[in-house]
Design a protein around this ligand. Structure first.
Ligand code: SF4
Ligand code: SF4
Length: 237
């Protein structure tokens, strides 16, 4: 067996069904700082769409096989899942933190969930793309290439078959949720962001004070506006 076969684990594919690549999620967080964000939501929509397109293309550009010439792993994203993680208002404008997740279908993942290029050694040339899932390297630590939560959970637990099942369910649920909540087009994803901003604006705009004409205060009564002045010295002037 070649050294590369260690990247296959008995857990991968046979039990897990290749969740690391099906779909493969590209995750990007970025910040937009803008003056008057609410006054120019149409402009912001165009800016968002441009940003989504550029970022998705950057991922497609970055994930290729190591062959010469390289082949790309992805074409267009299959799902766009974009959300606002935080909005900060300041005197100068708004800072909007965005989390963008793009689901790609790897062109090398076959129908039976096996990877067409793993182990990907041909004439001693490693064809594996530098950044892809690597299908569960048993020795990888969190944050390293090939680290998989399913395999890690199985290694850490005494009853590994139960741990594998639980971890697979958790991964499946999380990625299924992102998938369901995502959109098929960048336009829909952008619209969802704009709607979140409108909702934020609606919730944070003080309601105009209602004034009931049937209960006009007397001239010496406290003013209805809460200024603690007499009505005649305040709104009654
Ligand atoms: S090349 Fe193989 S391991 Fe990498 S993302 Fe594609 S199917 Fe997964
Ligand atoms: S690396 Fe992890 S997620 Fe990918 S196929 Fe193996 S067990 Fe599943």
């Amino acid at each position: 067996m070649s050294e590369n076969s260690s990247f296959f684990s008995q857990i991968c594919v046979a039990q897990c069904g290749g969740r690391c690549c099906d779909p493969w999620w590209g995750i990007i967080s970025y910040t937009v700082v803008r003056k008057n964000i609410f006054a120019g939501l149409n402009d912001f929509n165009a800016e968002l769409l441009k940003g989504i397109d550029e970022r998705a293309k950057r991922i497609i550009e970055g994930y290729k096989t190591s062959e010469t010439p390289p082949r790309p792993l992805f074409s267009l994203p299959e799902r766009y899942n974009i959300s606002i993680t935080d909005i900060k208002m300041s005197g100068r404008g708004a800072t909007v933190n965005i989390l963008a997740m793009f689901a790609f279908r790897c062109l090398f993942l076959s129908q039976d969930k096996t990877c067409a290029i793993h182990p990907g050694s041909m004439n001693d040339v490693d064809m594996r793309p530098p950044h892809c899932g690597f299908m569960g390297s048993l020795n990888a630590k969190p944050g390293e290439k090939g680290y998989c939560r399913i395999i890690h959970a199985a290694q850490a637990a005494s009853d590994s078959s139960e741990a594998i099942k639980r971890a697979i369910d958790m991964e499946g649920e999380a990625s299924g949720k992102y998938y369901r909540e995502g959109f098929s087009t960048a336009e829909e994803a952008s619209e969802a962001i704009i709607n979140s901003l409108k909702e934020y604006q609606r919730r944070n705009t003080p309601k105009p004070m209602s004034f009931d004409k049937t209960s006009v205060p007397g001239r010496n009564d406290p003013c209805y506006c809460g200024s603690s002045k007499k009505y005649k010295k305040c709104h009654g002037q």
